[in-house]
Design a binder for this molecule. Structure first.
Ligand SMILES: Cc1cc2nc3c(=O)[nH]c(=O)nc-3n(C[C@H](O)[C@H](O)[C@H](O)COP(=O)(O)OP(=O)(O)OC[C@H]3O[C@@H](n4cnc5c(N)ncnc54)[C@H](O)[C@@H]3O)c2cc1C
Length: 390
């Protein structure tokens, strides 16, 4: 067992930190919570691309760097630590590109991967529908063959990257007669075309990072299908492991964790620093314990990926645990900040930039998005403990 990073990996971490600190010093952006999923900055994504930090693990023949999953872990850990606005490329870089590498044909790899690496393809995730969330195989969006094309009709909801995507990844039913898991296929296509209507979803925090997407007689080329026709459900299950696996499930609110620790060190209450209050110290120390456990669970995911295996139970454990940590962090921050803590960022009286209420409200969705905690625990029960599938 070796918990150390190599000298080269530490050097890479420092390089990323230096870059991000300079960005903040230059006023390019301000660290914020949920910036990996809500922080829209084409300029920032372009800068990462210029550094060669998009598609880090992908093969060099498609413009990637062929580097390790551990290097990517280091990069994402630092992006999250500094609350960097990475949403434009996050989904494509995290899962869609890898899906194309695994199931796409050579033409798709040569066309799409360089666009993602160049920081030009922002890919939204179109899986869920009004009647298909945990039970994704119930989806009703149809892709009907017509000559050289498919005609897409239906509705997606909670599409991440929704308001700024220029490509969308969609799962749709290609065989309505087949058993529900066996008649689904994966597609990717540009959104800027007739037949696509994108309506923002305003979530509980006021963010419009998600959207409902309607397809009405949209015609796409057959070459937009990824992988095998009617095998899309099995392909997507594999991709979901990568969606769940990352440190963003643990560190999406790291700027809040950092800020609340600073706040108790700097703020006096009844003549003494909050950092001397026993209860506050206990609460923050407990969070640190949970944070460290979540980090180890996520590192375990990366270890599995380095071995070339798909992280399934590992990703489920890491996500279920880490999202609970983030919800706990937000609650503790609200407790410590008291009544002022409820003020949102727009108020000049809001402590720590209103991050606490944002996280408190936003974190409710963490245990739903990318697979609810209950569903993940079903995976752990069935595949980890050998209990009967539910
Ligand atoms: C903030 C946010 C972002 C999202 N981003 C995206 C996105 O980018 N793309 C996308 O396609 N979707 C996205 N989603 C949708 C997300 O994937 C679904 O919300 C999720 O799969 C749950 O589906 P549902 O909302 O239909 O709830 P349901 O599936 O109806 O579940 C309702 C409740 O029942 C429980 N439940 C369901 N089935 C079981 C079971 N078998 N055993 C035990 N309990 C069960 C669930 O845990 C949950 O508590 C996002 C959701 C949120 C909140």
């Amino acid at each position: 067992m070796d918990f150390e990073f190599t000298e080269e990996q530490e050097k890479f971490r420092q390089e990323v930190r230096d870059f991000l600190e300079q960005e903040i010093k230059d006023g390019a952006w301000q660290p914020s919570c949920d910036a990996w999923i809500q922080g829209y900055s084409p300029e920032f994504t372009k800068k990462l691309s210029e550094k060669g930090w998009l598609g880090l693990t992908w093969p060099e023949e498609y413009g990637g760097q062929g580097r390790s999953h551990t290097d990517r872990l280091i990069l994402t850990e630092e992006l999250l630590r500094y609350g960097a606005p990475a949403a434009c490329h996050w989904f494509a870089d995290r899962q869609i590109g890898s899906g194309i590498l695994r199931y796409g044909n050579d033409e798709q790899k040569k066309d799409l991967l360089p666009k993602i690496i160049a920081g030009e393809a922002y890919v939204g995730l179109g899986l869920s529908e009004p009647e298909a969330g945990s039970d994704l195989a119930s989806l009703r969006t149809r892709a009907t063959e017509d000559g050289d094309e498919y005609v897409i009709d239906g509705q997606k909801m909670w599409t991440s990257c929704g308001m700024f995507m220029n490509y969308i990844y969609v799962v749709a039913r290609t065989d309505p007669e087949a058993p529900k898991h066996r008649g689904i296929s994966e597609f990717i296509f540009p959104t800027d075309q007739p037949g696509v209507n994108i309506i923002p979803t305003i979530d509980i925090t006021g963010s419009t990072a998600w959207a409902e997407v309607f397809f009405d007689g949209l015609r796409i080329s057959k070459s937009c299908m990824i992988g095998e026709k009617n095998r899309g459900f099995y392909q997507v299950v594999n991709q979901l492991d990568y969606e769940r696996a990352g440190l963003e499930r643990l560190m999406g609110n790291y700027p809040l964790f950092d800020a609340i620790v600073k706040f108790v060190k700097e703020t006096k209450w009844n003549g003494d620093y909050l950092s001397k209050d026993t209860l506050i110290r206990q609460k923050l120390a407990q969070l640190q314990v949970e944070f460290d456990i979540g980090r180890l669970l996520t590192y375990q995911v990366v270890m599995v990926m380095e071995e070339g295996r798909a992280p399934n139970i590992e990703a489920s454990k890491a996500k279920a645990y880490s999202t609970a940590f983030e919800q706990h962090l937000a609650s503790v921050a609200m407790d410590i900040l008291g009544l002022y803590g409820q003020l949102v960022a727009e108020s000049r009286y809001a402590p720590i930039l209103g991050m606490a209420p944002h996280s408190y409200l936003g974190s409710k969705g963490y245990s739903l998005q990318a697979g609810s905690s209950e569903v993940l625990k079903n995976v752990i029960a069935a595949r980890g403990l050998g209990l009967p599938a539910s």
